[in-house]
Design a protein around this ligand. Structure first.
Ligand code: UT7
Length: 325
């Protein structure tokens, strides 16, 4: 059997320079480093500068991914940007990224699935490549959540940060078996019954404002582990792999307690879990490619490794992707 596989050629990331520590937050609002670390694992996060937009972060992450892949931007014919914090209501941030990279062919569009955005974008690009319509894709998760936070709401403002991460995918012939390199299986879900548990209280079609992030944290927490583990079991069932076969688990970085509980429930060994939530906070659609770039750069993720991604977020949306590096 032959098949087209979406093989990862490279990855990269970008974090804004400014670091906001828990101690600095505690000097402004009624919180403490102890509370934030114990409840979330977060120690600091990066915050975009004035005039630094989501597209700017995305372009830098994309350039790093292209350099890592060793390819020219002109060979990219598909750009998918996962973001909930676009530069403008329209056009898509992806076209600003396309323009910023000097590309004026192919197609670029945004995808909005909040914290699950990267897994949704990876799945979308994989489907385009496997359908044969496109050859090389940039999949980017980029966010400036600092712009939609209510900085007086201690229940949410301590959790999020800004950043961007990107991967380059290329359509390559494979055998169609799980021995192939590339995206092996993806599983996406959503359930709008939960849409009021994590949302932004504004928008162009309702309030004509941007709005602020609102979350029933405990409610989100209650659903997270079950949803995450369900789609990972789907990935295991689709491929025949199990927790022992996985080399690296790179989850959405929302809360260390959710990550630990998910890994424990799935019997994934703690040393296989890539954790960056301490240094990045929750960067929504950017968190997985940011964590991935760290683990690739420090030599943990190597060619041939089985890498498992998962995410869960507003909607609710959730999903998993299993990739052979
Ligand atoms: O990426 C999308 C998915 N999002 C998530 O996965 C987030 C999921 N939820 C969570 O991670 C957790 O629910 C939080 C970290 C948001 C909160 O942790 P929690 O253990 O669920 O705390 P809680 O909301 O039950 O609040 C416990 C207490 C409350 O005080 P009382 O009512 O017990 O007196 C809060 O008012 O902690 C208080 N609190 C804080 N205290 C100090 C809430 N935020 C803070 C804060 N500093 N920043």
């Amino acid at each position: 059997m032959t098949a087209i596989r979406s093989v990862v050629l490279g990855c990269g990331s970008y974090l804004p320079e400014r670091v906001l520590t828990n101690a600095e937050l505690a000097s402004r609002i009624d919180t403490s480093d102890d509370w934030i670390v114990q409840r979330t694992g977060i120690r600091e996060r990066h915050i975009a500068a004035d005039g630094e937009f989501t597209s700017h972060l995305a372009i830098k992450a994309a350039q790093a991914a292209l350099a890592d892949a060793g390819i020219d931007a002109q060979s990219i014919d598909l750009i998918v940007v996962a973001t909930s914090t676009p530069d403008n209501t329209f056009p898509a941030t992806a076209v600003a990224v396309q323009h910023g990279l000097g590309i004026n062919h192919g197609v670029a569009f945004d995808l909005q699935a909040v914290c699950s955005g990267f897994v949704f974008a990876l799945t979308t690009a994989d489907n385009f490549l496997r359908a044969g319509s496109h050859k090389r894709a940039l999949v980017i998760g980029a966010e400036t959540f600092s712009r939609i936070l209510d900085w007086n709401d201690r229940g949410t403002c301590v959790l999020f940060g800004d950043g961007a991460g990107a991967v380059v995918l290329e359509a390559q012939p494979g055998t169609g078996t799980t021995a192939d390199r590339g995206v092996l299986t993806t599983h996406l879900r959503s359930d709008g019954r939960h849409k009021s548990k994590l949302f932004v209280d504004g928008g162009p079609g309702s309030t004509k404002t941007v709005g602020h992030l609102r979350m029933e944290g405990r409610e989100v927490f209650k659903h997270a582990v079950g949803m995450i583990t369900d789609v990972i079991v789907d990935a295991f069932n689709a491929t025949g792999f199990n927790a022992e076969d996985i080399n690296w688990f790179i989850p959405h970085q929302a809360n260390k307690r959710i990550i630990d509980a998910s890994a424990h429930k799935l019997h994934i060994a703690p040393q296989k879990v890539v954790l960056t939530v301490d240094l990045h906070g929750n960067t929504s659609a950017a968190s997985i490619p940011l964590a991935l770039a760290v683990a690739v750069k420090d030599g943990r993720v190597k060619k041939g490794d089985l890498v498992l991604f998962e995410a869960m977020g507003g909607g609710f949306t959730w999903g998993s992707a299993l990739v052979r590096w």
